[in-house]
Each structure stands twice: as C-alpha cells, then as structure tokens.
Design a binder for this molecule. Sequence first.
Ligand code: AMP
Length: 277
Amino acid sequence: MQTLTTLEELRAARAKLRGTFGLVPTMGYLHVGHLSLAQRAKKECDHVGASIFVNPTQFGPTEDLAKYPRDLPRDLALLENAGVDLVWTPSPEIVYPRDFQTYVTVENVTKPLEGARRPGHFRGVTTVVAKLFNALTPDKAYFGQKDAQQVVVIKQMTRDLNFPVEIIVCPTVRESDGLALSSRNVYLNAEQRIAATVLYRALCAAKELYERGERDGSKLRAVMSELIAREPSAQLDYVSAADRETLAELERIERGALLSLAVRFGATRLIDNFVLE
Ligand code: AMP
C-alpha cells in the first residue's frame, strides 16, 4: 500500500494504476463501518484508494475539529489489511492552500436537517469531495448510508457537475445493540453509551408503526421524539420523516421516506437514520 501526501505524488501513483478505481473518502479514526466501504470497493474495483483528511471546512466554529479523534498509524494498518492500494493523507495546507477561494454549493437538499443545524457543513463536504474526485479520478466512490443527507447531496453534486463517478451507498454498520458505528462514539461516557441506543430504538419504533400501516408523518416523528424525551441524558436536536429525494418533511407517506434524527449526549451529537421503502 502506498501512502501519499502531496498532490504530485498522488497523481503519479494514480496514473500508474490500470483498470477500475474505487475511492473511499474518510476523516480517519477508522472503524468497521469505514472498512465495510473498503471491502465493497475491493469486490467491485481493480484498485482501491482511500483518503484520510479531517476536513476543516465542514466543521462549524463551535464544533469538534481540534479534538476530532485521530490515529494515523492504526488507520494505515487497517487499510493495508483491507487490501487498499493507495491512501492520500494530505495536510490542510495541501487541500486549502493560501488564497483558496473556490467552493462547491449544492442548493436545496443542503437546506433542511443537518444543513439547517450545521451552517456551511455541506459546502465543506461538497468542496472536499469535488477536490477528491478531481485528484483521484475514481470510477466509483463509496459512501455510508449512516450519513443519509450527505449521500443525497453528493449524488446531486455528481449529477449537476457531470463527474464521471458512480456513487455507491453502503449500509450502516451497527454495534450489536443497534448503535451506529461512528468515530464520535469514543466521546461517550459509560452512561451515555448505554443511553445512545435510543436513536436506534426510536427509529425501530417509528418503522414498526409504519409497517403496521401508519402513514401520517407527524405520528412517526412523535413516536421518535417521545422515546428520546424519556431518556434523561439525551437532548433531542431533530426528528424527521422526509421525502427520500427532496428531504422535505412529509405529512403523508406515500412513496417511502427517510426517517432521521440527531440527538445530543452532553457535547456529543449523534445522528442515525432508516430508509422506509
Ligand atoms: P467519516 O470518516 O465519518 O467522514 O466517514 C467516512 C465514510 O464512512 C462516510 O461515507 C460515512 O457515511 C461512512 N460511515 C461512517 N460510519 C459508518 C457506519 N456505521 N456504517 C457505514 N458507513 C459508515
């Protein structure tokens, strides 16, 4: 496995690879969720590249950029073990040189949900992903369903800007008690870790109601909010039952929905979602 830092090194290594190339973008501190993307890419592509970059432009001024967990040696060992061919680990100065002034903005689908609570977040995500697509020229790029709105936004950008990349969405990997794997789970103390299963429990309760025939979006949102309210260490940020493409809240669910929610445990904010077909 080749580990590359500068853009020149990266381009030279990429140019030598023949056949199809799959890209797995990450912010590092890898877990089994990230590795599931690499494994899928390995199955579907001749070569696989990953990026490890804690992207400053997608963090708000009061968010956890400085303390975001990092462990590069461990990440590199995991990627090597997963059979990844090359890893790009640029510094912020390489991705955003002095005088950087060009950003990618996706309009409507970045406005609700995460976009409403994290101003500028998706502008940072789309800008860095566009740069990764340009630098690594993948045939396929792998993203997790865990970040449901990110997937919608990236697909929109890919269509709108004609990137010749197929976006592959991989299922959310969970702990045995249902908690979605996340690099941020390490921030939880023992009590919060137990309480954090409430995201999964709330999604299961809403899904069950839907499967029993409930089609009123506000009822599905209410059942999720009620479960979160019963968990003393959890503070609800939002619950949503939205159209899977536009992400607009649904009053009646006729063609499936995206159930999603964000919940705080102290300073740690967790998100999760289910797709209702
Ligand atoms: P991150 O390092 O948090 O930016 O995540 C990198 C990629 O891994 C994104 O496409 C995420 O959606 C994906 N990912 C994160 N957690 C999970 C998980 N539990 N299951 C599947 N994919 C995940």
